[in-house]
Design a protein around this ligand. Structure first.
Ligand code: FUB
Length: 305
């Protein structure tokens, strides 16, 4: 089976996709073979940096690789394992949120700031207060308020971001962290607003296994409750397995959506081996989401403008 990449290079996973300044930007995590059996998770592998890629159109190929934009040696509190990241923009500044293990081997969330979507990103000196987990996903609501969802190992929290997008502030009820975990949630949260409804999505299953997948809930508020509706992305035994940890962008058409995710080529036995792909995502007339049809040949190029 031919391998199909949206961005070049092996071991590019957990893609966070955004349209900034009229281009598609992708922020993946990056497995890196370090050759040292460092711990019980990543024998021989580490994630020690982030790369940024851009595409002129929603398509495969013609990718600009901006190279490494943040390395673990840039961040004093980071020891290793810089996992899934996300980026957002406010007032011309770009904020890269990332998890990493600190020097006590506990996952924390950090933030780094840049004047461009493609870095370099300058890290804040300390992790975000109270953040002990992985997989940050930032969502801007229509009123301009930013929230961050995050969490792995079956728990998902959300926090309200301060206007500096670095601090977190209490919700109206005085609490700072809200647990919003839906049924079957494992990791990889993502929020999308569509026709006034909040579509909360997440990955289920073991990311090293074949049946890793994406499910979703529909809610009337960003705080939930997030009642699971069903799966939208899962393995196709004719194309690839381990499909999950996604994000979504809108295309130029009225209701045109693209899902960017990682998957493992058929026959690949290395659980760390994940490649980033793109496919179309469609809403049904009743507002539910059609199961995504994975393609092996890629999608047709589509100019963003
Ligand atoms: O890539 C490292 C971890 O694998 C991510 O943070 C998880 O969500 C899983 O995809």
């Amino acid at each position: 089976m031919k391998k199909r990449y949206l961005i070049p290079g092996d071991y590019m996973a957990d893609p966070s996709v955004h349209v900034f300044e009229g281009k598609v930007y992708i922020y993946p995590s990056h497995d890196w073979e370090c050759g040292i059996p460092e711990d019980d998770w990543g024998a021989h592998f580490d994630m020690r940096d982030y790369h940024v890629f851009s595409l002129e159109d929603v398509m495969e190929g013609d990718v600009t690789d901006y190279g490494m934009v943040l390395d673990k040696t840039d961040v004093p509190w980071v020891k290793r394992q810089m996992w899934d990241c996300d980026c957002c923009e406010k007032d011309g500044k770009y904020y890269l949120y990332f998890p990493a293990k600190d020097h006590t081997d506990i996952f924390r969330l950090g933030v780094a700031v840049s004047d461009t979507p493609y870095g370099p990103f300058v890290p804040e000196p300390d992790p975000i207060r109270g953040s002990y987990s992985i997989d940050p996903a930032v969502f801007k609501d229509d009123d301009g308020q930013y929230y961050m969802y995050y969490g792995g190992w079956g728990h998902c929290n959300m926090v309200k971001m301060g206007s500096d997008l670095i601090s977190i502030v209490p919700f109206e009820d005085g609490t700072t962290y809200k647990e919003v975990t839906p049924e079957n949630y494992i990791e990889g949260p993502f929020m999308l607003k569509h026709n006034g409804k909040y579509y909360f999505m997440w990955s289920e299953g073991d990311w090293t296994g074949p049946d890793y997948c994406v499910a979703y809930a529909i809610a009337d508020s960003p705080f939930g409750p997030f009642k699971r509706v069903g799966k939208i992305l899962e393995q196709d035994t004719k194309i690839a397995n381990g499909a999950g940890h996604h994000s979504i962008i809108k295309g130029p058409g009225k209701d045109e959506w693209y899902i960017v995710y990682h998957r493992r080529p058929l026959g690949e036995t290395d659980g760390n081996y994940r490649i980033t792909c793109i496919d179309r995502m469609y809403f049904n007339k009743n507002g539910t989401i059609k199961p995504v049809k994975m393609t092996s040949g890629g999608i047709k190029a589509r100019p963003l403008r």
